[in-house]
Every structure is written in C-alpha cells, then in structure tokens.
Design a protein around this ligand. Structure first.
Ligand code: HEM
Length: 149
C-alpha cells in the first residue's frame, strides 16, 4: 500500500513517452485528429480529485481492500504506463522497490538527524531521464539487531 501510494504521488516517469493518434477519436468533448501527439500526464492523473479522495494526502490505507493496482489496467494509477508500450521491467522494478524497502524497514529503525522534524523534509523533485528527489534524503538508521536470531 505504501509503494502504491508513493507511485501515485511521485511517479518516476511523470509524463509518459509520447503517443501518436492512429485515427480520429474523442476524449471528452475534444476531437483528436490522426497523427496528434499525445502526452499522458501520469502525475496529474494520480492527483486528480475526480479520481482520488484527498489526492494530495499521503494515505496508503486508501488501498486497503481495494483492487487498484499499477499493472496498467487501472487508468488512474499508471506509474509503469499502459498498453503495448507498458514498461517491460514492471515486475523487476516493483520487486526491487518492495524488496529493498521491506529489508530497510525490517532491519532498521529510521530517525531524522539532529533536530530535524518531519515537516523539514524537502519533497521537491527534479526531472531528468526519470523524476527523482531534488535533495538527498538524510536519515539515521538504528539497527534492529535484536531480530538477528
Ligand atoms: C520502479 C521502476 C520503474 C518504473 C516506475 C518504470 C516506468 C516506466 C514507464 C512509465 C515507461 C513508459 C511506459 C509507457 O509509455 O506506457 C517505461 C518504459 C520502459 N521501461 Fe520502465 N520503469 C521501471 C523499471 C524498469 C526496469 C527495471 C527496466 C528494465 C530492466 C525498464 C525498462 C523499460 C523499457 C525498455 C521501456 C520502454 C518500453 C517501450 O517503449 O516499448 N523499466 N518504464
């Protein structure tokens, strides 16, 4: 649920690679002509108040008992895109994120350095090939060594 919520609010690819319309069709009241270049804004879809309650809030529990997934079939959550050009590394990517996060949380307790507060954490992002944090996230890992046995 945490991973889904993070992909919803911070998709690593905020705007999908461009598509080109093969034939004429309508989106809402807009006529899309053949050869129109289409950019799907996954970031905006993930924060659309028509699709999500309290869209800007980080609230992983929203996925509790929900079947919404990021495998390209739920069009309001598309961190890996959808259709023929959907990310072929979906399973590798998602497994790496889940596995790494699960291990970091299992083996360590995490604290903020010095007198830093949660509100002081910058959530600014910058876009290059993919979207990432603008500044590094500094945290203090405290080993849960009692779990070693
Ligand atoms: C969390 C990890 C990842 C995310 C969020 C991600 C996201 C995406 C997105 C949004 C697209 C565009 C899909 C579309 O246009 O519909 C894409 C394409 C692609 N991804 Fe990923 N990806 C991830 C990991 C990976 C990994 C691990 C690999 C390779 C091992 C990979 C290889 C590719 C390739 C080759 C394409 C281009 C596919 C095409 O245009 O036909 N990705 N990815």
């Amino acid at each position: 649920m945490v991973v889904k919520e993070t992909f919803r609010l911070h998709p690593p690819v905020p705007i999908l690679p461009p598509r080109e319309a093969m034939r004429e069709f309508k989106v809402g009241e807009f006529d899309i002509l053949p050869k129109t270049r289409i950019l799907v804004n996954v970031w905006a879809i993930g924060r659309d108040p028509n699709g999500w309650e309290k869209p800007n809030e980080f609230y992983p529990e929203r996925f509790e008992g929900s079947r919404i997934d990021f495998r390209g079939l739920d069009f309001n959550l598309l961190p890996f895109g959808a259709g023929r050009r959907i990310c072929p590394g979906l399973d590798t990517g998602a497994t790496n994120v889940e596995f790494t996060l699960a291990n970091m949380l299992y083996w360590f307790h995490w604290e903020l350095p010095n007198d830093m507060k949660r509100e002081d954490i910058s959530m600014e992002e910058e876009v290059g090939l993919a979207c990432q944090r603008r500044t590094p996230l500094w945290l203090v890992p405290i080993s849960n060594s009692s779990q070693v046995e």
